[in-house]
Design a protein around this ligand. Structure first.
Ligand code: PAF
Length: 283
């Protein structure tokens, strides 16, 4: 595996590969890699000739300076994992390399960005669109891989791709969970031991709520999830919305959509760690 730190170099390597008819799979990450990321890398490895993983803690998507400052940075361990997973290029640029000047672009992300994470984290999705569009321009991916834990983010990235007219296939990959059900996240390392035993309650409650779908109204199911999780120690639900899987718009009744599965999207503060998860209410 080669570690590449400049835009010029990764751009040359990947555009040459594409000219030779090779496919390029990109896995964008912010580092602090775990088994969830590695599952994306494995999928990219299976489906492409060349695999690029970017490791970049993108400042423009953090609306909270403390969150940016405390975001875990573990470059050496990340590189060992990527090497073992058979990655060709780890693209690890500096902030100055990615943003030699302030990125003033404002993306018209529309309705998918107006709900849930949108109002809760102003500017976050615009920052994601800024960095992911740059990564797409610099690494010329045939396919790019994203985890469904950040369900709304995938919709935002699809919208950005449409706006920019970028020719890339967005591949969404299932959430990876610990044995106790907690969705894997780089933020989990910040949980205390006590919080670690409570946090799996999020997924447990979501799963229970799917069973209630046939007997309860959508609002009753939502309230059940919120009340159950809020009753757990140190847990506070920020939002729970059951949404259309493509438009991200909250639905009011189960019958509001047919032919596709509503998705319940949740954000919970466990102490001061913000955890995110989601579940499909299959028909
Ligand atoms: O999901 C993430 O880790 C980040 O938002 C991404 C897509 C790598 C952009 O910085």
């Amino acid at each position: 595996m080669e570690i590449i730190r400049t835009v010029k170099e990764i751009s040359t390597l990947t555009s040459e590969a594409r000219k030779q008819g090779k496919s390029v799979g990109l896995v964008p990450t912010m580092g602090a890699l775990h088994a969830g990321h590695i599952s994306l890398v494995e999928r990219a490895r299976a489906e492409n000739d060349i695999v690029v993983v970017s490791v970049f803690v993108n400042p423009t998507q953090f609306n909270n300076p403390t969150d940016l400052a405390t975001y875990p940075r573990t470059e050496e361990a990340d590189c060992r994992l990527l090497e073992t997973a058979g990655v060709d290029y780890a693209f690890i640029p500096s902030v100055e390399e990615m943003y030699p000047e302030k990125d003033e672009r404002v993306f018209d992300l529309g309705q998918v960005a107006e709900v849930m994470e949108g109002p809760m984290r102003p500017g976050h999705f615009n920052g994601v669109a800024q960095v992911v569009s740059k990564l797409f321009y610099y690494t010329h991916p045939t396919r790019a891989y994203f985890g469904e834990k950040d369900f709304q983010q995938i919709a935002v990235i699809r919208r950005m791709v449409e706006l920019e007219g970028i020719d890339v296939e967005i591949v969404d990959c299932p959430i990876k969970r610990a044995d106790n059900g907690l969705a894997l996240s780089s933020r989990n390392v910040r949980l205390t031991e006590a919080q670690r035993s409570t946090a799996p309650g999020i997924y447990k409650t979501l799963k229970e709520s799917v069973k209630l779908r046939s007997e309860k109204t959508l609002n009753e199911v939502k309230q059940y999830v919120i009340d159950s999780i809020n009753s757990m120690p140190e847990m506070e639900v920020e939002y729970y919305e059951i949404v259309h899987p493509l438009t991200m718009q909250p639905i009011k009744e189960w019958s509001d959509i047919e032919g596709c599965s509503p998705v319940g999207c949740i954000t919970v503060y466990c102490g001061d760690v913000r955890l995110i998860d989601n579940i499909k209410y299959n028909d």
